[in-house]
Design a protein around this ligand. Structure first.
Ligand code: ATP
Ligand code: MG
Length: 392
């Protein structure tokens, strides 16, 4: 395990609490990441000061009441937000998702006990060093995700933890401790209490992880509880495309069809952007991509970048193509590609020649087709001439 080195601003925050008689620690994901030698995304701080006292203590800085009901205020230093949360204990979860009530706790131990997994339940400051009540370091070094406390109870309180568990395991390639693992399966029906957005956001992290195939296969029936559309889908192509979300989702459905992809993505409230990206790929994956014309046509249909993605998708599903050659050809053709709106002729030119209405669109389409086929240059004179000829 690596030593934890605090960034200057974090040290300043902790010191200020300390100098004023409060306790404060960095906690959760940032401690885990620092011990793993990864750069923490953000630093969360836990303290026995209540939000009002924290606000008072940092009155000279920008403080935002981001989650006052949960005991959280955010201090902003050099544009960087630091979430500072009062020690708390969560009581009674009647909806299997949110605590009915959040109570401040007196001790750090109590606060750590409410956290989900041992590797997420460690705290650190320079005076006290690492506080690791649940042997998170051991689990971290052995590669184990384990619930803090009784797994059935913890998943019952908040069913989202079921997916978080698989998410952390897949992110780090960890194993899930046996009791925790069997509780995942036993409590999977509780996932129905989790909103589709939350399910989708955990699923996205898992499907874009290095070991998506392994973890989704292992825990398939858990996901199927809330994503029945996954039934019969083949996960084995996931590792064959890059980790971008739309690529992974496309690989998930490439042996199925675009309609069921769209139906699942809509059901799970994915953004229109993702849905468009995935369906563009799936709708074109059966198109040929061999000749220069095929490639230019695809540039026009779905865009240059998506054409490269389409080739990857074809490769993942095992199409019999000379990928290296086509990849190279895509790189070459993109340099000279003429987009539809870059044609050196337009509707006004054709009006001058006497064309009207729908004829104009038709002629431009034909000319563009000839450009894609490399039968004509994108040269104003030449295009005008071709138009005259065509009108005879
Ligand atoms: P990431 O790197 O994905 O942000 P993280 O561990 O920081 O991982 P967050 O969702 O940012 O995860 O939560 C911060 C901390 O809050 C966690 O490390 C954990 O201690 C605690 N926590 C978050 N969600 C839950 C939950 N549903 N149940 C219990 N504790 C939680
Ligand atoms: Mg975090």
């Amino acid at each position: 395990m690596k030593n934890i080195k605090l960034p200057e601003d974090v040290r300043m925050i902790l010191n200020r609490f300390h100098d004023n008689g409060y306790e404060a620690f960095i906690v959760g994901g940032c401690v885990r990441d620092a011990l793993l030698g990864d750069q923490p995304k953000d630093y969360d701080i836990t303290t026995n000061a209540i939000p009002m006292q924290t606000e008072e203590l940092f009155h000279d800085l920008k403080v935002v009441e981001t989650g006052i009901r949960h005991g959280t205020v955010t201090v902003i230093i050099n544009r960087e937000p630091y979430e500072i949360t009062t020690y708390r204990t969560d009581v009674k979860y009647s909806d299997h998702r949110h605590p009915d009530e959040v109570r401040y706790a007196l001790t750090l131990d109590e606060d750590l006990s409410r956290r989900d997994f041992t590797v997420n339940a460690m705290a650190y400051n320079e005076e006290k060093g690492l506080i690791d009540k649940f042997n998170g370091v051991k689990d971290l070094s052995e590669g184990v995700i384990r619930c803090v406390g009784d797994p059935d109870t913890r998943f019952n309180e908040d069913a989202l933890r079921i997916l978080r568990c698989i998410r952390f395991a897949s992110r780090y390639g960890f194993n899930i401790e046996k009791n925790t693992e069997s509780a995942l399966f036993r409590n999977r029906e509780l996932l129905r209490y989790v909103s589709v957005e939350r399910v989708a956001s955990e699923f996205n992290e898992i499907i874009t992880s290095n070991k998506a195939y392994e973890y989704l296969s292992e825990y398939r029936i858990i996901f199927e509880t809330v994503m029945p559309q996954l039934e019969d889908l083949d996960f084995s192509l996931l590792g064959k495309v890059n980790r971008r979300l739309y690529m992974r989702l496309s690989a998930l459905f490439v042996m199925d069809d675009s309609l069921s992809a769209v139906s699942m993505l809509r059901h799970m409230h994915y953004s229109n952007k993702i849905i468009d990206e995935v369906s563009a790929l799936l709708d074109h994956v059966d198109y040929p991509l061999e000749t220069d014309y095929d490639i230019r046509r695809m540039f026009f249909e779905i865009g240059i970048k998506a054409t490269g993605d389409l080739l990857s998708l074809k490769k993942a599903r095992g199409d019999d193509l000379d990928y290296g050659v086509i990849r190279k050809r895509i790189r070459e053709l993109r340099k000279s590609f003429i987009a539809r709106d870059q044609m050196n002729i337009n509707g006004d030119d054709l009006m001058i020649l006497g064309y009207r209405g729908r004829e104009i669109g038709q002629i431009l389409d034909d000319l563009y087709e000839q450009i894609l086929r490399d039968e004509i240059k994108n040269d104003h004179e030449e295009l005008m001439k071709a138009t005259l000829k065509g009108s005879n």
